[in-house]
Unconditional design. Structure first.
Length: 250
């Protein structure tokens, strides 16, 4: 009777060990690390450092002509189509850009993807206005990209400066709700000259009517607050007509 019990116990022990090993191999042993957005590996970091000193390589015909748009599309594929699996991004680049090009594009993509992840936190921050978000993003951009690569990814355009002026105006009025139009206009005139610098007349050409109207409304917000719709319309027409012949918009 005792031997029979030992035999049953021994059989159960063997079954338990067998089941344990089966579970381990099926669910743990063969399961690789979960896909994710990994940082630089050592090889990519070396290429990134080399690329930082010769960014003109990215302007050759071997690389996408609109590099930022290409990286944005790749970021979208990785995020929404490939389940954040960076190995699929690498395979895609090797397939479409064989040789050195895939390694170069992968290095710059990793930096750009990390940048997108970082600024995404601030773009969605409800506690920051447009000017504050822009200032934060520009600071992060300077941290992520050396000057040469930054110029290629984010080429300068005069309309960017006029947009900055609009953002600054919104921020200034929001932070100074009790200032009157005369003081607001004086301050913003100085800020505009500072932002536009020596290119004032060139950049001013990109100030479209909507931008001018929006800024004018913010400057005269306290006066407009007590007017009815008809009075506001007449007042704004007069102010815009006057401003078109003044130094503010010239």
């Amino acid at each position: 009777m005792m031997n029979k019990r030992k035999l049953i116990f021994f059989i159960l022990l063997i079954l338990l060990v067998f089941i344990s090993f089966t579970v381990y191999f099926l669910f743990f042993k063969n399961r690789g690390p979960l896909p994710g957005k990994k940082p630089f590996d050592s090889g990519s970091e070396v290429i990134w450092n080399q690329l930082s000193s010769r960014p003109d390589l990215l302007l050759t015909e071997d690389y996408p002509s609109d590099l930022k748009n290409f990286l944005d599309e790749l970021f979208g594929k990785e995020t929404y189509e490939w389940g954040a699996d960076r190995s699929r991004t690498y395979d895609y680049l090797v397939l479409h850009f064989p040789g050195e090009r895939s390694s170069v594009l992968y290095a710059i993509y990793v930096a750009y993807a990390n940048y997108r992840d970082e600024i995404g936190k601030w773009e969605k921050d409800p506690n920051l206005n447009s000017w504050e978000k822009q200032e934060k993003i520009l600071k992060i951009r300077n941290q992520f990209f050396p000057e040469g690569i930054k110029e290629i990814l984010f080429p300068y355009h005069p309309s960017q400066v006029t947009q900055s002026f609009l953002y600054y105006t919104e921020n200034y009025v929001q932070k100074n709700p009790y200032k009157f139009s005369k003081e607001r206009k004086s301050h913003l005139l100085k800020k505009r000259q500072n932002l536009y610098g020596e290119q004032l007349h060139e950049i001013a050409k990109w100030e479209n009517p909507n931008l001018k109207l929006t800024i004018t409304k913010m400057i005269y917000a306290r006066e407009l607050e007590v007017m009815n719709p008809l009075e506001k319309e007449v007042f704004l027409q007069r102010v815009l007509s006057d401003e078109s012949h003044a130094d503010f918009w010239n």
